[in-house]
Write a protein that binds this ligand. Structure first.
Ligand code: ADP
Ligand code: MG
Length: 259
């Protein structure tokens, strides 16, 4: 009996040292199950390792979701895919697989306000995080301010390096807020650094023809578009605004109810 207790203390100690908390928690219960089911040594070991890896994976994904800053309510379950044109629906089902990340391709979603650009790209981003990939969501205006702050503190290179750990950076609403030249420059630096190194996912109400509003001079604009477009998937959402449609339906219902 004394030996058994000693053995247990050692097991617990080793598992602590090896950082295997799940195995530590379950190994005794699983051993009893294994005995009942005549699982054998290898079967038992397999069970323990599977559970440890599964719990780790879940924790990692929770951590990635946290660090992503994605608005989690904008997911694929809450998104009505039927509103999308067939072509876009096909694009979405491919993008959800995440191959574009391996190829370091970009996703660019264009369309008028309210067409679901932000929701759709966030939903794709969240799907990818749930597959274990790292994505960062940023609002363009805020992102630019952060980069600018870093530049002023002579930390821009460091900041850009930090962003490399993300396979995709989702920049929401590029061009929505007019930027001054300095702000545009850091944004351009980011895009140029990221080119072929990692994916960007961009939403914008401005078609390329109006990107001069963002990047000010024609040369920089052309250079920015060139880099972003080179390996990219373009999603065109030329559909009615979801909000407008929802509002219209609501008034219609009210009218019908009143009639
Ligand atoms: P955009 O970024 O194009 O301006 P959003 O993604 O912010 O549009 O969408 C506007 C609002 O409409 C959001 O509340 C969003 O959740 C909702 N919405 C847009 N498209 C859909 C859709 N297909 N299914 C469900 N909700 C949608
Ligand atoms: Mg938006």
């Amino acid at each position: 009996m004394v030996d058994k207790d000693k053995g247990k203390a050692h097991i617990v100690q080793y598992l602590k040292e090896l950082h295997l908390p799940t195995i530590r928690e379950i190994y005794e219960a699983v051993a009893r199950e294994a005995e009942q089911e005549s699982l054998g040594y290898e079967g038992y070991l397999l069970q323990l390792l599977q559970r440890e890896c599964e719990v780790r994976r879940q924790k990692r994904i929770e951590r990635y979701l946290q660090e992503s800053s994605l608005p989690l309510e904008k997911n694929i379950e809450t998104f009505d895919l039927k509103r999308l044109p067939a072509k876009v629906r096909n694009q979405v089902s491919l993008l959800r697989e995440g191959f574009f990340l391996d190829k370091r391709e970009n996703i660019l979603a264009f369309g008028n306000p309210g067409t679901g650009k932000t929701h759709l790209l966030c939903a794709i981003g969240q799907e990818l995080v749930r597959q274990g990939r790292r994505v960062l969501f940023v609002k363009c205006s805020l992102f630019v301010q952060q980069l600018l702050g870093a530049k002023r503190d002579l930390r821009l290179a460091q900041q850009l390096k930090k962003l490399k750990k993300f396979e995709a950076v989702l920049i929401d609403d590029i061009g929505y807020v007019q930027q001054d030249r300095e702000e545009m420059e850091v944004l351009f630096t980011f895009l140029a650094e990221r080119y072929e190194q990692g994916s960007v996912m961009i939403t914008s109400n401005l078609p390329f023809s109006k990107w001069e509003k963002i990047f000010k001079d024609p040369m920089t604009t052309a250079a920015a578009i060139d880099r972003v477009v080179h390996h990219s998937v373009i999603i065109e959402l030329n559909i009615p605004s979801y909000r407008m449609e929802a509002a219209r339906k609501k008034t219609q219902h009210e009218k019908e109810a009143a009639a």
